[in-house]
Write a protein that binds this ligand. Structure first.
Ligand code: DCC
Length: 182
């Protein structure tokens, strides 16, 4: 139940704009059973340097993937002092990075390799340094190479209040997207 005193974004049922809403004829997402193994294999190719999930990246988010169910991916991280924007609060760009990571994880569960094409965020509540942020994302439709993914970040637990909501389009790319010389 929402109230008029809540932020306008909180009264919307989804973060998706017309640009991140799948077309009515979008395919229902099908999860590839080998996707998790593929993520591990590709992770070995790409290395451990990811700002979002690399466990040893200095000042990285060190997001820990905690599970998946269909195209829904779960993860969490702890906001560090290095992630601060306004005093004592997480920087909005850091939170967008965290959403990018969980949305991308959901996309990769579809069995391809995906990159962010479009990312929209609604910030609903400040996130204090020291918070454990619980991330969830799921695919709402697939249209050719485009996967529409939505997610949220919650505080205090997997069912806690939503601090950030995001909607996105991820684009399927070949492995060479990551490995070719530039
Ligand atoms: C280790 C395990 C880890 C597993 C977990 C991984 C988590 C990773 C999380 C981090 C993810 C990232 O940050 S990735 C890094 C940030 N993103 C990037 O660097 C992407 C940079 N952009 C690009 O490289 C390119 O623009 C691409 C690949 C996105 C698209 O180029 P392309 O391949 O030439 O394809 P193109 O024909 O342009 O587009 C294909 C279709 O997508 C649509 N499309 C393209 N861009 C957009 C867009 N911004 N918004 C909407 N739609 C778009 C087009 O309209 C078209 O639709 P239609 O005509 O077919 O209908």
């Amino acid at each position: 139940m929402t109230s008029p005193s809540e932020p306008r974004a909180a009264r919307r049922s989804s973060a998706a704009s017309p640009l991140t809403t799948p077309p009515s004829d979008a395919a229902v997402p099908v999860v590839d059973a080998s996707a998790v193994r593929d993520m591990e294999d590709v992770g070995e190719v790409l290395g451990n340097a990811c700002f979002g999930c690399g466990p040893d990246v200095p000042h990285g988010l060190r997001i820990r993937r905690t599970g998946h169910d269909g195209s829904t991916a779960y993860a969490e991280f702890t906001v560090q002092p290095e992630h601060q924007g306004a005093p004592g609060l997480a920087h909005g760009g850091i939170l967008a990075s965290a959403m990018d990571e969980i949305l991308g994880t959901s996309a990769w569960l579809l069995g391809g390799r995906y990159v962010t094409g479009r990312l929209e965020t609604d910030y609903l509540a400040p996130v204090p340094v020291g918070s454990v942020v619980h991330l969830t994302a799921r695919c709402t439709g697939v249209d050719g190479r485009k996967a529409y993914i939505e997610g949220e970040a919650r505080l205090g637990g997997p069912d806690g209040p939503i601090a950030v909501r995001a909607a996105s389009i991820f684009i399927k790319v070949p492995l060479e997207h990551f490995t070719k010389e530039r």
